[in-house]
Design a protein around this ligand. Structure first.
Ligand code: FAD
Length: 496
């Protein structure tokens, strides 16, 4: 008996370890499937799943993770996983912000389904993370999934998007989130007319059409589908700043001692280093506003370049007023761009990186890209409520869909996670039966703070952070937007 049990335990540990170590999106889902089948765990039992998994996998390594997750799950706001037991939620997109929101919803006890149109996580860009984001990810056990998590010299910064998505995907699955890849959201389907239990609730039109998720009825819908958000009803406003052209470049990291010695560059510190930029300009003709360098799987650089120097160095061929034309691939000399970014990287690291060979991106090309940040988008509102056939649906945006970030400042995940927590807070208020206009006005009041948040002006005591906004934003005024100002966000289909 004892022996059989030992064997079962060691098999469970091994299967769990395979899942923890999986290095692709598909691989993770496969390993998770095997784990559930072999241990006879039912992933559809979203509320009981985490405790069943915990009972089945008892290796010391797994236990260390359970301790972390138990601690998170003990926040009083989740009411022991009972705060949103009747809530069914659909999340569009498994980017970092969609997954981070999914985890919070699951901890609240909601049923959560994430749909993702792709089945690969391929972005190698290194992310600038704020200290609170690192803290948050550590508390979710990030280091257990990826030992190198934030091991760089600028410890609170480097991490690539792909790894981050993998960590969050694994945590999501562990806490009972259902994730479907190769499923694309097309549109929202209104409830059918019949009243009562026979009528269907809010559903989604998806591709592929026959997929079981087309029958899934939900009462919370979250758009986490990135900057080109697909959800109707949200007006987008555009921020037009001065011309800002960012260049990203990834070079092969051979992990030699010489490479290990080269210091990373944190953008924030360098912005004020005018001498560096003057010397760079004098010596190379390259004129930058900032530069960031992180060492991870690659040597990753992101810099904001001045237009004139790109013209002078032949990177941009003709000067056009419209940015789209200016940066169109026909108007960019790719070879010159490769040299420009390499030269800047070389100078920035004091010529200490032995060989700056471009890494190859998933198109098979040297990994350099130029982006226009002159116009950025933000949604005017963070949430709305739809009502049709007496059924209400709470719709919210998070991440890039809500507020497009300026990568060189690393606001993407930081503000994205803050919005994920704020959204979870709203959903728990909704589940507690707060009035729709009260929910919406509170959400909008909190959203007004988001574009102004910086790593410096949010609360410093990260350990106290919960989904309650009062734990994260100093000087919070949750009622600065009044209920009558958000009436237009309560959309009653019967009246239109
Ligand atoms: P995303 O990460 O964009 O995820 C959206 C997800 O939704 C995607 O997986 C997409 O496939 C899926 N999706 C879209 N439409 C649908 C649909 N209809 N149905 C189902 N799924 C759908 N930020 C930094 O701070 N530093 C960087 O260096 C940096 N580099 C970047 C490089 C690239 C190429 C890109 C695209 C973004 C970069 N960002 C960077 C921004 C950063 O990745 C985002 O801020 C962060 O990923 C936001 O996460 P998100 O979950 O909101 O959206």
């Amino acid at each position: 008996m004892g022996e059989m049990e030992d064997e079962r335990n060691s098999q469970a540990s091994q299967l769990f370890e395979n899942f923890v170590q999986a290095s692709t999106c598909k691989g993770t889902l496969q390993a998770f499937g095997v784990l559930c089948r072999q241990l006879e765990l039912d992933p559809a039992d979203h509320q009981g799943f985490y405790s069943s998994l915990k009972a089945a996998v008892t290796s010391w390594k797994a236990k260390a993770l359970w301790t972390k997750l138990d601690k998170r799950a003990s926040h009083k706001e989740y009411k022991k996983g009972q705060a949103c037991t009747d809530t069914r939620c659909l999340i569009i997109g498994s980017g970092p912000c969609g997954l981070r929101t999914a985890i919070e919803m699951a901890l609240l006890g909601a049923k959560v389904v994430v749909i993702e149109k792709r089945d690969t996580f391929s972005r190698n860009n290194v992310l600038h993370l704020w200290p609170f984001t690192i803290h948050d990810l550590r508390n979710l056990g990030a280091k257990k999934f990826y030992g190198k998590f934030c091991a760089g010299a600028i410890d609170h910064i480097s991490k690539c998007i792909r790894q981050l998505q993998l960590i969050l995907l694994k945590v999501s699955l562990i806490v009972g989130v259902e994730v479907h890849v190769n499923v694309e959201f097309l549109s929202l389907l209104e409830p059918s007319e019949e009243q009562g239990s026979d009528g269907l609730g809010w559903r989604a039109e998806i591709r592929p059409a026959g997929h079981p998720i087309s029958d899934y009825e939900f009462d919370v819908l979250i758009g986490a589908d990135g900057r080109r958000s697909t959800l109707d009803g949200f007006r987008r406003k555009e921020f037009r700043g001065k011309l800002a052209i960012a260049i990203t470049a990834n070079f092969v990291n051979r992990n030699t001692t010489a490479e290990a010695k080269v210091e990373e560059i944190s953008g924030v510190a360098f912005i004020f280093n005018q001498k560096f930029f003057l010397e760079l300009k004098e010596e190379t003709g390259i004129d930058l506003e900032n530069i960031v360098y992180y060492k991870d799987n690659t040597h990753y650089f992101v810099m904001t370049a001045k237009k004139q120097s790109l013209l002078d160095k032949g990177v941009i061929i003709h000067d056009y007023i419209e940015t789209e034309r200016l940066l169109h691939s026909d108007n960019v000399n790719q070879e010159a761009l490769l040299s420009y970014a390499r030269e800047a990287a070389d100078f920035g690291t004091n010529y200490q990186l032995p060989s700056l060979d471009y890494a190859i991106n998933h198109y098979g090309q040297p990994d350099v890209a130029m982006f226009d940040f002159t116009c950025m988008y933000a949604s005017e509102n963070a949430a709305l409520i739809r009502e049709k056939s007496s059924r209400q649906l709470l719709v919210a945006l998070v991440g890039d869909s809500l507020l497009e970030p300026f990568w060189p400042m690393g606001t993407g995940c930081a503000r994205g996670f803050l919005a994920a927590f704020d959204t979870a807070w709203m959903v728990q208020g909704w589940a507690q039966g707060k009035e729709p206009l009260e929910i919406l006005s509170e959400r909008e009041s909190i959203y007004r703070l988001l574009p102004q948040t910086t790593a410096e002006n949010i609360m410093k005591n990260f350990e106290q952070y919960t989904i309650d906004p009062a734990t994260r934003y100093p000087n919070l005024n949750s009622s600065c937007v009044r209920p009558h100002q958000v009436r237009h966000l309560y959309i009653n289909g019967e009246q239109s």
